[in-house]
Write a protein that binds this ligand. Structure first.
Ligand SMILES: NC(=O)c1ccc[n+]([C@@H]2O[C@H](COP(=O)([O-])OP(=O)(O)OC[C@H]3O[C@@H](n4cnc5c(N)ncnc54)[C@H](O)[C@@H]3O)[C@@H](O)[C@H]2O)c1
Length: 262
């Protein structure tokens, strides 16, 4: 893969999980990074970690909530101010919400999931796309297997992630002519703090048992690793990614192809 030297990349949700793993992966390839998260302390700690491993990396940290339009304008402006342009955008921040039957789902949580996962991704596209029109760019939105399949007890999450898949296709159609390629990834269960929290909800007494039970269903008999997702994202953000546009790419060990029990 070509180096990311002189490439300016924005990553949202960079304080932990998939965002942090990709930040580290791209730091190793000399990208200039604008790292965004609403958890300011977590972001500061993450940046210390990255700087320890890659002292020469250029990083701008922006404490911002992606569900707030003004905050999104702010992180886009900071990236431009620091690096003069935006080449790549990992539109990753998202939350899972709670696990509940759709009829009983708490409406406040429902709206919050939509605000962050759907509106947050949309605001990102709305303000990053115009910055890429002149010179082209690469965008990776984060959907989920829940963006291509139903997932029991996660109605707002599934609704928001299907919307991410839809917006990805539209961005690809409308902006492909500007050499902007927009794709989405659809991760299955990848072992991040978000998924650890989900296993706690499934089995509060023994989350590790819930994880082991879940892994049995996967063709690979294991969960995915954040670094495995990072290498796919890096490809999709790189100049090697040409003519792949508007795709929703599952990274789930093949699990979403399965019908019935393994
Ligand atoms: N981990 C998985 O198995 C998995 C599977 C499918 C999809 N995803 C998606 O991948 C993305 C990252 O998930 P993760 O597992 O790394 O989660 P995570 O909870 O480990 O990390 C998410 C990060 O995003 C930040 N964040 C959340 N809401 C934000 C907001 N409104 N503004 C700014 N920052 C915000 C959090 O502070 C956190 O640092 C999410 O969109 C998630 O839906 C994850």
């Amino acid at each position: 893969m070509k180096s990311f030297k002189d490439k300016s990349i924005i990553i949202t949700g960079a304080a932990m999980g998939l965002g942090l793993a990709t930040a580290k992966y791209l730091a190793a390839k000399q990208a200039s990074l604008t790292l965004v998260d609403y958890n300011k302390e977590g972001l500061d700690t993450a940046i210390e970690e990255i700087k320890t491993d890659y002292p020469s990396v250029n990083i701008v940290a922006v404490a911002a909530d992606v569900s707030k339009e003004e905050n999104v304008k702010k992180y886009v402006a900071k990236a431009k101010e620091a690096f003069g342009k935006i080449d790549g955008f990992y539109n990753n921040a998202g939350i899972e919400g709670r696990q509940a039957d759709m009829v009983d789902y708490d409406l406040e949580v429902f709206k919050k999931v939509i605000d962050i996962n759907l509106m947050g991704v949309y605001y990102g596209l709305r303000y990053v796309l115009p910055e890429m029109v002149e010179h082209g760019g690469r965008i990776v939105n984060v959907a989920s297997v829940g963006g291509i399949r139903g997932v029991l007890n996660q109605t707002p999450y599934v609704a928001s992630k299907h919307a991410v898949a839809g917006m990805t296709k539209n961005a690809a159609l409308e902006y492909g002519k500007h050499n902007i390629f927009t794709n989405a990834i659809a991760p299955g269960a990848i072992l991040t703090p978000m998924v650890e929290e989900a296993f706690k909800q499934v089995n509060p007494e023994d989350p590790k048992a819930a994880e082991a039970e879940y892994s049995k269903r996967n063709p690979t008999r294991r969960l995915g690793k954040p670094e495995e997702v990072a290498s796919l994202v890096a490809y999709l953000l790189s100049d090697d990614c040409n003519y792949v546009n508007g795709q929703v790419i599952a990274i789930d060990g093949g699990e979403s192809n399965m019908y019935g029990n393994a």
